[in-house]
Design a binder for this molecule. Structure first.
Ligand code: CIR
Length: 260
């Protein structure tokens, strides 16, 4: 794979629904406020659009409280899209909801049929490989099925570690450019990024690690000034977006879009 993995012409997002108050969370740190989440979501979509990309904005789905976290439903690759099979039973139905939009965007659409599970939040596509972290949501059978499809499309897939207690692999890391990863120290310590240039989020700012590089911008959660300054000094154009409400549901910047 030689194409840069941060240049996109389109993104897909879904509006948060009122049912977001029932979204999954590992720990109860407060009920998400829909108005605040809608406002932050609008800022997020505006930032994506500001790069010149087209954003396909899907309607809220009340029946699926976590449907705003579209990343977990699909893996978008240059050759086609792969529909995921979420490990959270309450999120399974989100995949069928996303399918028509994906079919309209891609000629080639494959699916993880099971019995294993994979969620998009556990997959990081870098400049030359696909890293997949096993987690409570992504299991060995799911990774094996994904690896078969990825191999048919000429991608190398490498299974990596997700720190215990962390929802998804990408909760703790993001791609900044084809060879550069933003990571927490705890994840980098596993050695999974050997060979890459790794930038560490500041101590105590671990929640800043889930960012996205989208064309000329890095979208990151606001409230992590030392990490923002480090990225700025490293030459990245950072846009800070409030993540206070999504954080209550263990969500971050990457979860809110599919990028293609
Ligand atoms: C969940 O637990 O599935 C949602 N509340 C959060 C999903 C976040 N998605 C992501 O990091 N890719």
């Amino acid at each position: 794979m030689s194409n840069p993995t941060y240049e996109f012409t389109r993104a897909i997002t879904r509006r948060p629904s009122a049912s977001i108050v029932d979204g999954l969370r590992a720990e109860d740190i407060g009920t998400p406020d829909l108005d605040k989440m809608l406002s932050a979501h609008a800022d997020y979509v505006a930032a994506l659009k500001s790069t010149g990309a087209k954003v396909i904005e899907l309607n809220a789905i009340e029946a699926h409280p976590d449907a705003v976290f579209v990343e977990d439903t699909t893996l978008c690759l240059p050759q086609g899209a792969i529909m995921m099979r979420p490990g959270a039973p309450s999120r399974m139905g989100e995949v069928a909801e996303m399918l028509p939009t994906i079919r309209a965007c891609y000629d080639e659409v494959r699916e993880i049929k099971g019995p294993g599970h994979v969620e998009g939040g556990d997959i990081l596509v870098t400049g030359h490989e696909i890293l997949v972290g096993r987690s409570d949501r992504t299991d060995a059978k799911g990774v094996a099925e994904l690896a078969e499809i990825a191999a048919e499309w000429g991608h190398q897939l490498r299974e990596v570690f997700t720190p215990p207690g962390v929802l998804h692999f990408k909760t703790d890391c993001s791609l900044m450019d084809a060879e550069t990863i933003l990571s927490t120290k705890r994840l980098d310590a596993s050695g999974c990024f050997d060979g890459y240039r790794v930038l560490h989020v500041a101590e105590g700012e671990e929640a800043a690690a889930n960012a996205i590089r989208f064309n000329n911008l890095v979208l990151m959660a606001s409230g992590f000034p030392r990490t923002a300054e480090m990225l700025d000094k490293a030459g990245y154009q950072v846009v800070e977006i409030s993540n206070s409400e999504c954080a209550k549901l263990d969500g971050g910047m990457s979860c809110l879009s599919l990028r293609l």
